[in-house]
Write a protein that binds this ligand. Structure first.
Ligand SMILES: [Zn+2]
Length: 277
């Protein structure tokens, strides 16, 4: 996800298990799906996905007649083939076409994988990725604990990538702004990225909390905790991955140039006679 559009997308919020419209209906409708393990987008089919809605035959509960929906998908990427498994509980009903459906979802569980955390490359420091993974894991269960870890993760990124050591996240961001304005910041940090950090800082309670101690647990809305995670994912992509890819490309150019130089050298004595070819 690009840094410029992640604020609008809020992907995690919108992709909460939409059980009124199951991932794959029992009729076998194909849908676009992205594997949480390898991030490959693909069309599901009856060959690699299975989901069903069943009535929980326990009588009428205080929430009415309940049903359970589970969905299992096998990734079609030959190098991945991972299983993704989700379960949800809601009100059981039957559509006009006679198919079972869930009308309201009371709870949902990502059984496997247990969070939406995206796999991250090993050149991002392990402590930073670990905070990100843990924050992703608990975002539904405890947004405030997730946001606390996410703030710590964000501070770790700014310390590691930008070389800014400040006790408070708010101060670290102010220093980063100053560095960018004065042209002394890491060259990979462009103003668009900084604007995104600033935009998140202004959302709801997040900004106020950035001024407080990083370890202080404070109340936030689930959508705010999601936003912080989306920001972190964007920084991974825009800073670490972009820098790594650029370094790789430049190393290849150097290698190619050295190769050319080696090829040219044996011809040097012949050229030295003054002949053109
Ligand atoms: Zn996969």
């Amino acid at each position: 996800m690009s840094i410029t559009n992640f604020l609008d997308k809020k992907t995690r919020v919108q992709t909460r298990y939409p059980l009124t419209e199951p991932i794959l209906t029992p009729g076998g409708k194909q849908v676009h799906w992205t594997c949480p393990f390898c991030q490959t987008t693909q069309l599901t089919s009856t060959e690699n996905s299975y989901n069903t809605i069943g009535r929980l035959s326990v009588g009428v509960t205080k929430r009415g007649i309940l049903g359970i929906h589970y969905s299992a998908i096998r990734c079609l990427n030959g190098n991945c083939k991972e299983l993704t498994l989700t379960v949800a509980v809601g009100n059981y009903g039957v559509t006009d076409a006679g198919r079972p459906t869930l009308k309201n979802v009371y709870n949902e569980w990502k059984l496997y994988p247990s969070s939406n955390a995206k796999p991250q490359p090993d050149y991002i420091p392990a402590a930073i990725v670990s905070d990100y993974r843990e924050a992703s894991l608990i975002v539904d269960l405890s947004p405030k604990a997730s946001a606390t870890l996410a703030r710590r993760c964000l501070q770790g990124i700014i310390r590691d990538f930008c070389g800014i050591q400040k006790d408070k996240l708010h101060d670290a961001i102010q220093q980063l702004k100053k560095d960018v304005e004065e042209g002394t910041a890491n060259r990979s940090i462009d103003p668009a990225t900084l604007n995104a950090i600033d935009a998140v800082r202004k959302v709801g309670n997040i900004g106020a909390h950035m001024e407080k101690d990083i370890n202080l647990i404070v109340d936030v809305e689930p959508s705010e905790a999601m936003l912080l995670l989306n920001l972190i994912e964007s920084l991974f992509e825009e800073w670490y991955v972009a820098r790594h890819n650029r370094d790789q490309r430049l190393q290849e150019v150097v290698k190619m140039a050295e190769g050319k130089e080696t090829q040219r050298r044996p011809k040097a004595p012949a050229d030295a006679t003054g002949a053109d070819t």
